[in-house]
Design a protein around this ligand. Sequence first.
Ligand SMILES: *Cc1c(COP(=O)(O)O)cnc(C)c1O
Length: 358
Amino acid sequence: MKKVFFTAGPSQLYSTVQEHIKNALRDDILSISHRSKLFIEIFRTTTENLRSLMGIPKDHHVFFLGSATEGMERILENTVEEHSLHFVNGAFSKKFFRIAEQLGKNAKKFEADAGKGFDVREIQIPAETECICVTQNETSTGVSFPMSDIYTLKKRNKNSLLAVDVVSSAPYVNIDFNKVDLVFFSVQKGFGMPAGLGVLIVGPKAFEKAKFLFEKGVRIGSYHNFLVMEEYSRKYQTHDTPNVLGIYLLGKVCEDMLKKGIGTIRKETEEKANMIYTFFEKHEDYKLFVKDKKNRSLTMIVIETKEEVKSLLSKLSDAGFIVSSGYGAFKESQIRIANYPSTSVEDMKNLIAYFTKF
Ligand SMILES: *Cc1c(COP(=O)(O)O)cnc(C)c1O
C-alpha cells in the first residue's frame, strides 16, 4: 500500500521529487564538479526560484548550509558578540537557546509553557540584546508565533537584529523580509525534500554585523561564516563541496511550486488545516493541544489522545497514514499531524475519514 507521510520531518516528498531525482541521475548531476558551469547554473536557478517563491529581496543573501540546526549556530556566531535573547516554548526554540549557551554567549530567554505563545506587548527586551531569536513555528508543540507579532518585536527593538526559524512553516508562511534580519529553514519539512540541506537568508544589517565583528577580531567561525559564504555565493558557488542534489532539487521544487502558485499552495494549506482543526475541535476523545486559536499552527497540528499513542500510530500506519508521535515528554499522550504542501486536500480528507471510523 502506498503510504502518506503526515510526519513532522522528514515527511511526504513533494509529488515531483521522484521524477527530479531520476532526471538528476540521468543528467549526471551527482558527479559534476561544484566548480563547473553546470553547477553554477544550478545554484543560480535555485536561488532565483527560491527568491521568487518566498519574495526574498535582492539585497538579502541566500546561503546553503547542512541543516537548520547549523543555521542557529551560524546566526549566533555571526551576529552576537555577547547578548542573544530567545523566546522558548518548546524543543526547537530551546535548542536555539542551548546553542547560544554552548557558544559561550550571554543568552537570555523568555519562556512560555508548552502549547502556549507569547504576549509581545508585555515583553521588555533588554537594550543590549544583539539578536532576538524566534521560532515562528514550534514543531514540538504546534504553536505558531504570528508574523505580525514578530514584526512588532522588531519595530519596538530596532537596534537588535531579529532571527526567525521557519523550518516547519516555510514556504507556507508569508514573510516580509524587510521587517526581519535573518530567516532559516531546512528542506525536509514544508518543501517535501530529502534531508541534508539548510537555507539561511541574511539581510543587510545582519551581514554588516558579521563584518563588524570580524573586523573587531571576534570569532565568527570559518568556512561557513557570512563573509566566506557571501564571497562564494556571489559567484553562485559554495566554499565547501555542497549537497548538490539538494540544491538541484530545491530549485526544481520551487519551480513546481511557482507553477502551481504560492497563493494556491497557501489556500490549500489553510483549507486542509481548517478541515482537520474543525474535525478535532468537535471530537469527544481527542483534544487540540493549542487552546488559543491565534497560536495554532496551520502546518503542525498537535492532538492529545485518550488511547495509547503507540497503538494508534500503528493502526494509522496499517491504513497507510504515517503520523508523528508527540515530542519528548508528550510522546505517550499526543500525536502530531503535519500539514505541508506535499499532502493534498484529498490526502487530508482520507485521513479524517479514517478517524471518523473509530
Ligand atoms: C526540524 C526543526 C529544526 C531542525 O532542523 P534540522 O534540519 O534537523 O537541523 C529546527 N527548528 C524547527 C522549528 C524544526 O522543526
